[in-house]
Design a protein around this ligand. Sequence first.
Ligand SMILES: *Cc1c(COP(=O)(O)O)cnc(C)c1O
Length: 361
Amino acid sequence: MLTYTITRNPNPCSAAERAAVLANPGFGKHFTDHMVAIDWSKDGGWHDARVMPYGPLSLDPAASVLHYGQEIFEGIKAYRHADDSIWTFRPQANGERLQRSARRLALPELPVDEFVESLRQLVAVDGDWTPGEPETSLYFRPFMIATEAFLGVRGAHQASYHVIASPAGAYFAKGVAPVSIWLSTDYARAAKGGTGAAKCGGNYAASLLPQQQAYEQGCSQVLFLDPVEGRYLEELGGMNVFLVHRDGSIVTPEISGSILEGITRSSLLQLARDRGHRVVERKVTLDEWRDGVASGEVTEVFACGTAAVITPIGQLKGEDFSVGDINAPAGETTLALRQALTDIQYGRAEDRHGWMVKLRD
Ligand SMILES: *Cc1c(COP(=O)(O)O)cnc(C)c1O
């Protein structure tokens, strides 16, 4: 394992300032006093692991990340339990996904145990930034960038990995409320053989213009279809999608090569199976959603990801149609699965699958 050097922030937030932030953290707005950094070079491998004061990075203007977008990231949370211990959820799965993303983007693979250790190191100094109110968490944003100053087109020979952390408030402050989704037919976010299955900033860059169109249509997120036929559901800009059928069966688009394999997605598939639902991963057409909601065959639709856990989808809107009722309450299965997952994450239910990892006592 790498040995860390710890440099304390000489000007950390005062306890009072921190308490004010934790009382109303929002999402992704406030950052803790420290960050993790680990450097990599082709010749030297991973080295110089450190916890250092949170602050701007210094990059050569020729660094490859700025020109060719050689960047990947993760999103994972720490949860404060009733006894004040701090835990995280399936970090090995995030570490393995970071490795798969690294392979696709020609970046170096960080060993999974070093990934988990990097979270532990940050919590050791900044764990007090983990809020304790229901549904709150400390959101980690691990990321890796190519730092070599070189304009030639090849995988960089120098990279760095960082972890920053941001306290996160309850996503649904006033109860879990359904959202409406805009169907993008002008754009795709990814194609098979591209980078859709990797968690990289470039995929998000490609989703921002359609996301803007969603806002203009009064929708909060955008749904993408498969890029070849434009018939099958892929996912939202940053969340996987599920349909619940009248008979209780639960369907989600199969991993297609262009869908990001969410850890929330895989956990919900397991919890749904545990609860006796028939669970199917297969191709799902847009018509199955559109006609199914209209006929009552599809009773609930939801999206899932680490940040919001589960977001019920009340309405789907496209150029020439709209289905669902944004004012209808969230579905029973949607809410039950959300509760089952958050009960495990917050230590309120038995962790039967061994998903939780303690970061601090
Ligand atoms: C991160 C992400 C998800 C959700 O993954 P989780 O591991 O559940 O947080 C879904 N789609 C995209 C495009 C993502 O980047």
